[in-house]
Design a binder for this molecule. Structure first.
Ligand SMILES: [Zn+2]
Length: 292
């Protein structure tokens, strides 16, 4: 689904980080601690292999069926060093990743605008195209800690979309597209079952509570919408965000996430088989992956 780092030919010099990441000396060279935030390699804050993971082109996520008709794009797979990078950023263990992730988000926004061909025209003749970039809602605990990673990512994505090449102007004096990032979704936090405390609910009821559409804090009539989150697993959160935004009058165009959890079938397909020649399990794994 996502591109893996390209191995360097034998004997060639070790590749450096991509140019757009190398322009961030505070993150790459000066900050402590000096171990790679992805793979843990010493003497570097972000090694070339892990930087290459973040440099992957945006790809469409096919393993999030609960997102239904919503198109979801991701930068990398939520696995291995990529997972460690995101967890270290989310949990605050590596504050030095903030500018790196902002650069990744902006670049992803720029690529999304090209893939989605946004703006494709305003809702009416002469009307400016309007896009609201909305982070998936954070829970109360995360909000209290001030670690609003999806909101930070949405800000970066909006900046990237704004710097994407604009389409030809519709005529002299035609208004340009309007792009804003707005943290307007809030979780209901168990209110779907009024009068019942979350602690008294069954597992299924709790799951339904988490999937309940969030509240929308503003009228979004006439706006196109792009939903942003750090990680997608099944896509149910993104779908509930899209449902809520539709209810507030917006037109959800898709979702953009930093990373997508690989489908479980793909992970189990890599398990070695009990018998067979070397590589046999790998062949079975590739066959299984193609069926997905
Ligand atoms: Zn690394």
């Amino acid at each position: 689904m996502t591109s893996l780092p390209r191995p360097a030919p034998a004997g060639s010099p070790r590749p450096g980080p991509p140019a757009w990441l190398a322009a961030l000396p505070a993150a790459l060279g000066l900050a402590l601690p000096k171990s790679c935030a992805g793979c843990g390699r010493w003497e570097t804050a972000l090694c070339p292999g892990c930087a290459a993971l973040l440099d992957a082109p945006l790809t469409e996520v096919t393993g999030a069926p609960a997102a239904e008709e919503l198109r979801v794009h991701a930068v990398l797979a939520y696995a291995g060093p990529g997972r460690a990078l995101i967890l270290n950023w989310k949990n605050g263990a590596r504050e030095d990743l903030a500018p790196v992730m902002a650069a990744v988000g902006a670049r992803a926004g720029e690529q999304w605008a090209a893939l989605a061909q946004w703006p494709g025209g305003g809702p009416g003749a002469g009307a400016p195209a309007r896009l609201i970039v909305v982070p998936a809602p954070s829970g109360i605990a995360r909000r209290a800690r001030g670690r609003l990673v999806a909101a930070a990512l949405a800000d970066a994505v909006a900046q990237g979309i704004a710097r994407a090449p604009a389409p030809p102007p519709g005529g002299a004096g035609s208004p340009g597209p309007l792009i804003v990032s707005a943290d307007i979704l809030r979780r209901e936090n168990g209110r779907a079952f009024r009068g019942a405390h979350q602690a008294g609910l069954s597992a299924a009821q709790r799951r339904r509570n988490r999937q309940a559409p969030p509240r929308v804090l503003a009228d979004a009539s006439g706006w196109d919408a792009l939903i942003v989150d750090d990680v997608v697993t099944t896509g149910s959160t993104l779908r509930s965000c899209a449902t809520a935004l539709r209810g507030a009058g917006a037109r959800p165009l898709g979702a953009l996430v930093l990373a997508a959890t690989p489908p479980p079938a793909r992970a189990t397909a890599r398990l070695p088989g009990p018998v067979g020649p070397p590589g046999g399990a790998g062949r079975r794994g590739r066959t299984a992956a193609k069926r997905l």
